[in-house]
Design a protein around this ligand. Sequence first.
Ligand code: NAD
Ligand code: TYD
Length: 353
Amino acid sequence: MTILVTGGAGFIGGNFVLDWLAGCDELLINVDKLTYAGNLGTLKSLDGDLRHIFIRADIGDRDALSRLFAEHQPRAVINFAAESHVDRSITGPGEFIQTNVVGTFNLLESVRGYWNELAADEKAAFRFLHVSTDEVYGTLAADDPAFAETKAFEPNSPYSASKAASDHLVRAWHHTYGLPVLTTNCSNNYGPYHFPEKLIPLVILNALAGKALPIYGDGQQIRDWLFVKDHCSAIRRVLEAGKVGETYNVGGWNEKANLDVVKTICSLLDELQPKADGKPYVEQITYVTDRPGHDRRYAIDARKLERELGWKPAETFESGIRKTVEWYLGNQDWVSNVTSGAYREWVSAQYGA
Ligand code: NAD
Ligand code: TYD
C-alpha cells in the first residue's frame, strides 16, 4: 500500500510525514516543489528510510504527477502543497493563484486521469484529501458563533481567496466526476518545524535574538490555535473514516488574542531561557502598522469531527505552546539552517534551481 503526499517538506506536511511513518510501514511518496517554505531538514531523520521517497515536483506539472501515479499506484493522495503565508499573498498574490488555484486544478486532473483507470474496488477505496484552512470562511465579530462547515465562504485575503477557490474545485471534481474527495478546514497551527516568518516561531526567534516582537495593529485579533500533531491526527482520522464528499472543520477550541500569545511565549522564555540582563522578554514587544484587510477573529466549531469520527485534540494551548518553545530552544540547528540561506544553496546545488 502507498500514499502520496504533496507539500510534505513544509510545516504541516513535514510533521504529517514524520507522524505517519512513526505509526505505519506503508510507502509514502512525498512530492514537493521546495519553495522557500519547503525544507528537507525537517525530514532528516528519514534519510535512508526506504518507506519514504522524496520527489521534487510542482503539483501543477501534470505529466510529472501522472507518471508518479502510474508508477506508484497510491491508494490516497493528501494535498498539503500550497502557498500559505497571508503577508506574502498581499505583497505577491500571483504565486498563490498559480499554486493554490491552477496547481490544485492540474493536480485534480492528474488524479482524475489515474483514478479513472483503476479497477472498480480500487476506485471505490481511493481518496483525495485536500487540506484547507478556516480562513476561507472570512472573519468573525466578537460575539459571532464559531465557523461551522455550513458557513458561507467569505475569504478576505489573496491567500484565503485562493484556498477557497481550491476547495470549490475539489468539491466540483467530486460532484461532477465522482472523484472520492475529503476536505479539512483547520485553524491556525503551531509546533515544531514552523517556518520562522509566521507569528509564533518569529516571536520565539526574535525574542532570543534580542529583536523587536512586532504586533500588528492593536494585537487584539483572535486566532484559534491547534498544535500541529493534533492536525495530523485529525487528517489521519478523516482519511480513515471520513465520508466521501464531506468537509470537516479541525480546531482545538483555543481562541487567543495575538498579544496574549506573544506574552505567553515571553513568559515561557523568561522561565526556560532568562535573559542575561534579567529583563523580561515582553519589553521587546513593538506595535507596528496593521496588515491590510486583517481578519479580526477566527474560531472553529469542530464538533462534527468529534461527533462523527470521534476525534479530539490531545494538547491544550498551554501544553502545546510549552512543547513548541522547548522544541525551538532545542533545535537551533534546524533554525539556523533555514534562516542562514545555506539550505537554499544546497537546494540549488542539488536540483539546479
Ligand atoms: P508551508 O508553506 O509550510 O508548506 C507548503 C509546502 O508546499 C512547502 O513545502 C512548499 O515547498 C510546498 N509547495 C508550495 N508550492 C508547491 C507546488 N506548486 N508544488 C508542490 N509543492 C509546493 O504550509 P503549511 O503551513 O505546512 O500548510 C500546509 C497546508 O495546510 C496548506 O494547504 C495550508 O493552506 C493549510 N493550512 C495551514 C495552516 C497553518 O496554520 N499553517 C492552517 C490550516 C490549513
Ligand atoms: P500568521 O502567523 O501570519 O498567520 P495567519 O495570518 O494565517 O493567521 O499570523 C497570525 C496572527 O498574528 C495574525 O493575526 C497576524 C499576526 N501577526 C503579528 O501581529 N505580527 C507578526 O509579525 C506576524 C507574522 C503576524
